[in-house]
Write a protein that binds this ligand. Sequence first.
Ligand code: SF4
Length: 209
Amino acid sequence: MKQRSLLDILPSSNSTSPLKTLKKTCARCTQCGLHKNRTKVVFGSGTLEADIMLIGEAPGQTEDKTGKPFTGKAGKLLDKMLASINLERGQIYLTNIIKCRPPNNRTPTEKEIETCRPYLLAQIEFINPKFIVLAGGSAYRGLTGKRKPISQVRGKWFKWHNSKCISIFHPAYLLRNPSLEKGSPKWLTWQDLISLKRKLNKLTTKLHQ
Ligand code: SF4
């Protein structure tokens, strides 16, 4: 039996825009302790028609202030990464596993990830992306429930429901590891982005045949 998601239980009067309603619900959420110190809930941004959904770990300081995912230095690097494969953030949908900032940017706990997960699942269900890009180990763990080092899982494609998924290093990690040498995290991320671009091109070609 299909598991009921948040989208199923939202008020039907707002059924024309369930994600908007979900965003409003999320903005008032007090389901876990992270609500106590947040400035803004960071729900997600981008086009709802996106073929690609990029999921990070959790809001940082700038995101907490702006309410938008992937702002600040890591966001700027992400924009460059997307541009390197002819994409811009307006063409994709961006969100995080966790919607409120953990104190001092600590890693979210298992319990926080689990509590916040229904929002993520509803976002994926609504957007139904062809591709999911998981930025960082927490994003991989948050979606799959598996705890594996990002260095081990990055670049490996797997299927999750309707979406093809790939994990990459988080842009914040790449900022701390700027080397472009062959085999470095940045170099490996470039290979992963090329792999994503190839799959995207294949899909576009198929759609136009
Ligand atoms: S992190 Fe998620 S579950 Fe926790 S308060 Fe924020 S929105 Fe709610």
